[in-house]
Design a protein around this ligand. Structure first.
Ligand code: PGA
Length: 249
């Protein structure tokens, strides 16, 4: 069974993953990282900053020697190759990234397939990155009663053939696409129900990551420690006050 006693300690520490997407400029990513580093306290949740690719090197320098971790928002499907415009996971590691978001709905909306996501998972694990695997249904899926079926396929494609030791390194983020800003937050109970289903499907007892309109005012309701131990946050991670409030909630 995945989720052993050795995970118990880390399961206590909450995680706030700040996905800045392409919302800020390099200069603003850098300024924000500097303020967050200065104000982050040891008792706060673990923060993982995911700035844009262009800001990774500069933000890595700011975070060096701190408790704040660096993550990338995407990776190539291979370590090296003729892949114009792609970013190698090996270079992400060299830049100081420990985490990588894989299969975010923004990427899926651009045409990324479950098969490509599975390749990205494998190459990330091989290069030593910790994947944050995003799964979640669209509103149309929900309305057709297909939420679980969609998430099941997303998980199965990603999960199959992975060794248990690799599965344990993946953080699964449930993000109902319709709840991501500007969509409204869903009721925590709805998210908990899917978390239960995902844990059954992946045979894990570890709590997951939740994403979709998480704000300082609602983060506690989602991070109950049983279903979710962390949040993947877009909009509410774009100011230091809001991000630190999430880490202290
Ligand atoms: P949101 O974004 O917090 O702005 O809803 C979450 C995400 O896209 O991961």
């Amino acid at each position: 069974m995945i989720g052993t006693v050795s995970n118990t300690r880390t399961a206590m520490k909450r995680i706030i993953i700040a996905n800045w997407k392409m919302q800020l400029s390099v200069a603003r990513d850098v300024r924000l990282a500097r303020v967050v580093r200065r104000r982050h306290r040891p008792a706060d949740a673990q923060i993982i900053l995911c700035p844009s690719f262009s800001a990774l090197a500069a933000v890595a320098k700011i975070l060096h020697g701190s408790r704040i971790a660096l993550g990338a928002q995407n990776t190539a499907t291979q370590e090296r190759g003729k892949l114009t415009g792609e970013v190698s996971p090996r270079d992400l590691v060299a830049l100081g990234c420990r985490y990588v978001i894989i299969g975010h709905s923004d990427r899926r909306a651009l045409g990324e397939t479950n098969a490509q996501i599975a390749s990205k998972l494998r190459v990330s694990l091989r290069t030593g990155l910790k994947p944050i695997l995003c799964v979640g249904e669209k509103l149309a899926d929900r309305r057709r009663g297909r939420s679980l079926a969609v998430v099941r396929v997303q998980l199965r494609t990603a999960w199959q053939d992975l060794r248990p030791v690799d599965r344990r390194r993946i953080l699964i983020a449930y993000e109902p696409v319709w709840a991501i800003s500007p969509g409204g937050p869903i009721a925590p109970a709805q998210a908990f129900a899917m978390a239960e289903a995902i844990r059954r499907l992946t045979n894990t007892r570890r709590p997951l990551i939740y994403g979709g309109s998480v704000k300082p005012a609602n983060v506690r309701a989602f991070l109950d420690g049983r279903h979710f131990r962390g949040a993947l946050v877009g909009q509410a991670s774009l100011t230091a006050d809001s991000l630190l409030a999430l880490a202290r909630a």
